[in-house]
Design a protein around this ligand. Structure first.
Ligand SMILES: [Zn+2]
Ligand SMILES: [Zn+2]
Length: 425
């Protein structure tokens, strides 16, 4: 009788952490933990692996120069070598290699090592192995979606950067220069757009793509068809990309960068995870605001901005207003500075939120009436929406989201419309 016997693996069959979720471990992290579980240095394990597969080892061999977690062929090669040695399958999903045919490698991974200190602290508190998330290596991810803070890149103890895994021996979560715990710090609150972007990418890494290399062009064609009636120029304008860039996909075999995919996802109102499995069923385009809050490649054809705004000066002014004895509303601020509230939200988010929350506190103390709460809730809902890069919402969209007693106000739709108009002015 034929029996399939699982062969003993050469290396410890260590389980990767977070597979199939947005918190999936990176191959770099897995490799470091694997080496550690064998009482080996990461460098020695890498050299041994190369030797095992008959590859040359340079004299000044630095294992971490290898692109472990990226979308290169090398990432794919290493994941299959390590899979062969450990008997653990699917290790390519700890890298970006499965997305190689969909996402351009250009500026895909971060040059600087980053991490969320609070995630490391949570791992430690839960007595779980500390590990590095794949998303932290992706350049477009700058924030942690769980803790809503920016990722860190310098050691809180010695203040050095690139100390996460660039050494011969590595213990994930500890500085390679001074040995200090990398979770001993906190960073600034992240902007809503950065959280949206990080969440989109987490959804992407949690689900392997199903659109294969032969269907990428068809997917792009469908998107241009549905979002711009097949017109490349309109599509490029809609998503804020250069026309030549989009043309390149269709005529020269180019593929979009991750930032371009994010712009498409934002404008199309469809998550990257769903785009990459080709799920375009029941897809309704949202109302689109052309002023995106995520940074895109600058198009050389783009005209000069009509008005130059010095945002560091504006933010300083906003901080001054925060110190003023009277709490001031965002509508007043917007009027005084002659700036759109959406613009303020997108460029001076932390200051604006502080102004809004101070004003709301002030209102709650002085006049607790329903109409004011209605106004505040409408404002808050609109601002969340703008923060994510969208345009406004209708009274019909807002009504179900209000507090129960506010929904019951007579002529509530009319009052919501008034509140929307006040925000638009
Ligand atoms: Zn975190
Ligand atoms: Zn350090």
């Amino acid at each position: 009788m034929d029996m399939l016997i699982a062969p003993r693996s050469t290396l410890h069959a260590l389980q990767p952490i977070g597979q199939g979720t947005g918190q999936v471990e990176s191959l770099t992290s897995y490799f470091c933990r694997l080496a550690h579980s064998h009482g080996m240095k990461a460098r020695d394990l890498a050299a041994w692996t190369l030797q095992h597969f008959g590859e040359p080892i340079p004299d000044d061999y630095k294992w971490y120069r290898r692109a472990f977690a990226g979308a290169s062929q090398e990432s794919e090669q290493w994941s299959s070598w390590i899979a062969a040695l450990t008997g653990i399958g699917g290790l390519d999903r700890l890298t970006l290699a499965p997305w190689r045919h969909l996402v351009s490698n250009c500026s895909l991974t971060s040059r600087i090592d980053r991490w969320c200190p609070l995630c490391l602290r949570d791992d430690k508190a839960a007595n779980q192995p500390l590990y590095l998330r794949l998303s932290w290596d992706i350049a477009s991810v700058t924030a942690c979606t769980r803790h809503k803070i920016n990722l860190a890149s310098t050691c809180p103890h010695c203040e050095k950067s690139n100390v996460r895994h660039r050494a011969s021996a590595v213990i994930p979560g500890y500085c390679t220069a001074c040995g200090g715990f990398l979770g001993d710090q906190t960073t600034r609150l992240a902007e809503p757009a950065a959280i949206w972007q990080a969440r989109s990418i987490e959804q992407m890494v949690g689900r392997p793509p199903e659109v294969d290399a032969n269907r990428v062009l068809a997917l792009l064609e469908t998107l241009v068809e549905r979002m711009a009636h097949g017109r490349i120029t309109t599509f490029a304008e809609t998503v804020g990309l250069s026309k030549s860039g989009v043309w390149h996909w269709f005529n020269k075999g180019g593929i979009p960068t991750l930032q371009a995919w994010l712009a498409i996802s934002l404008c199309g109102g469809r998550g990257l995870d769903r785009l990459f499995v080709g799920d375009l069923e029941n897809w309704v385009l949202p109302e689109i605001d052309h002023q995106l809050s995520i940074p895109l490649e600058i198009s050389p054809r783009k005209g000069i901005r009509a008005r130059f705004l010095d945002w560091s000066a504006i933010r300083a002014k906003l901080r001054q207003l925060l110190e003023a004895p009277e709490a001031i509303s965002l509508a007043q601020v917007s009027k005084e500075l002659e700036l759109d509230q959406k613009q303020l939200y997108q460029n001076a988010n932390a200051e604006v939120r502080a102004i809004v929350s101070r004003y709301q506190g002030h209102r709650a103390g002085s006049r607790k009436n329903k109409m004011q709460r209605l106004q505040d809730q409408v404002t808050e809902l609109l601002q969340e929406r703008w923060g994510a890069g969208y345009s406004g919402m209708s009274a019909r969209d807002i009504w179900p989201l209000l507090d129960q007693d506010l929904k019951a106000i007579r002529h509530s739709f009319r009052h919501i419309e008034v509140a929307i108009a006040a925000n638009d002015s």
